[in-house]
Every structure is written in C-alpha cells, then in structure tokens.
Design a protein around this ligand. Structure first.
Ligand code: NAD
Length: 234
C-alpha cells in the first residue's frame, strides 16, 4: 500500500485491515505513517515511491505481496504555461513512474503464485482532463492506460489490475487545493459531480477493498469512477 499515511490511502489501510488483510504501508510521511500503522497493526516503511531503486529493495525485503494498492500522489494547481520541467518531473515521478516501479517489483512473485490484485488510484482528471492540473491529468491518464495494459499481460496468471478514479474527495490534498483556490474552486468541484457533494475517503476505500478481494476475480482492466457521477459517460 503506497500513500497510506493520509486521506484515501489511510482509509484504504483501515478498511483492508478491518477485512483481515495484513497491511504493509509505504509513505513519505514518517510520523503519520507510523501512527496509522500502529492503529491497525501494520508494518510501516518511510519511502519515497518515486525512487525506483528503493521501491525494488523494499519489495525484495518485505514482499512477496498478493495485493498492491497505489495511492501515493501529489498534485499542483497552475495553468500549464505557468509550470516548468521540474514540476513535470515531480508530478510524473510520483503519480506515474512510482506506479510502474511498484508494479514491476511485485509482479514476478504474483505471476509465480498465480494470484494477485493490483488497484491503482487514478483520478477522473485522467479521463476528463483538468483545467489547472494538466500534468497531473496526463500522469493519471497514463496510469489508466498502464492499468489496462498490465491487466492484458497478466490476466491468465490469476492477476487482476484495475483502477479507481476518484472525483473530489474530502482529504488533506483537496483541502490544500481549496485553501489555495478558495470557495469558487470548491463550488466548481462539487458542481462537476452529479451528486453535488464531495466524496469521503471511506467511499473510495470500499471500492478499493472490493477490487482487491478474491470476489473480484473476473474484473480486470476496468476503471471504476468513485466520483458522484462526475465521469458518467466518460
Ligand atoms: P493526501 O495528500 O491526503 O495523501 C497522499 C499521500 O501520499 C500522503 O500520505 C503523502 O505523504 C503520500 N506521498 C506523496 N508523495 C509521496 C512519495 N513520493 N512517496 C511516498 N508517499 C508519498 O491525498 P489523497 O487525496 O488521499 O490522494 C490519494 C490519491 O488519490 C492520490 O493518488 C491522488 O492523486 C488521488 N486522488 C485524490 C482526489 C481527491 O480529491 N482527494 C481526487 C482524485 C484522485
């Protein structure tokens, strides 16, 4: 589980632990990660998931894993013309390259075991695009295409690979964006959903827990929107 120290990732950790899964939590935030891990009796590792070599070493040391959930993510709110290549690199490294790194590290053991569940937290931005978050949307769109590709390559090995595409979810990431963008941004985000409200991290965690379960064995290569209908028709 990456990004399990906050928001959606923390809710997924709690939900999986409640469902009886033994959780290994990797996150950059040492203090929050250790706090969640203590609460749910998980193993916690302070790790930058954008560091491909360290991801591989962590999986070699702590694996094998039968479930991988990629939730670590960073966003940025600026018009594309206002961004620079350092921004692009950081956004792509955490939101896309880290998903490649964790998947590449866990897949050989899953293939050997003939079982695996991979769930990637993407975003409706990856399907619809996003005004003010073009590079983030590009990374998430990449995650969606990667998810379908890895599903194709591993379906006959008992491994399912799916994505969840959240809409606006009430997490620290969203609250930071609203603090910068103000009430107009909040109104735009809730107005873009059919439900007219923010989602909760627990609502995303419920979808992840289902896709990560043995029950979801005949579902692969899918993108499940948890977005109050925002992605309806996408
Ligand atoms: P959050 O900021 O609350 O949590 C993100 C977590 O990722 C944090 O614990 C952070 O420490 C960790 N992280 C960031 N960079 C990392 C790195 N390099 N290595 C390891 N850990 C790192 O955000 P959230 O809202 O819970 O977002 C979770 C996921 O959901 C992200 O992938 C995000 O893009 C996606 N998402 C969120 C929303 C939303 O509205 N909140 C909408 C769509 C998609």
């Amino acid at each position: 589980m990456t990004g399990g120290a906050s928001g959606i990732g923390a809710a997924v950790c709690e939900r999986l632990a409640t469902d009886g899964v033994r959780v290994f939590l990797a996150d950059l935030d040492e203090v929050a990660g250790a706090g969640i891990a203590a609460r749910i009796d998980a193993v916690h590792l302070t790790l930058d998931v954008g560091d491909v070599a360290r991801v591989r070493a962590a999986v070699e040391r702590h694996g094998p894993f039968d479930i991988l959930v990629n939730s670590a993510g960073v966003d940025q709110h600026a018009l594309f013309v206002q961004t620079d290549p350092d921004d692009w690199h950081r956004l792509l490294q955490v939101n896309l390259v880290a998903v490649l790194a964790t998947t590449h590290a866990v897949l050989p053991a899953m293939r050997e075991a003939g079982y695996g569940r991979i769930v990637n937290i993407a975003s409706e931005a990856g399907r619809l695009g996003s005004h003010g978050a073009a590079v983030y949307a590009a990374a998430k769109g990449g995650v969606l295409a990667f998810t379908r590709s890895i599903a194709r390559e591993n379906a006959r090995k008992g491994i399912t690979v799916n994505a969840v595409a959240p809409g606006p979810i009430d997490t620290p990431m969203l609250r930071r964006a609203v603090a910068a963008g103000g009430e107009r941004l909040m109104a735009a985000m809730t107005g873009a959903t059919l439900a007219g409200r923010l989602g909760t991290p627990d609502e995303v965690a419920a979808a992840v827990a289902f896709l990560a379960s043995a029950d979801a064995g005949y579902i692969t290569g899918e993108t499940l929107g948890v977005s109050g209908g925002m992605g309806c028709g996408a």
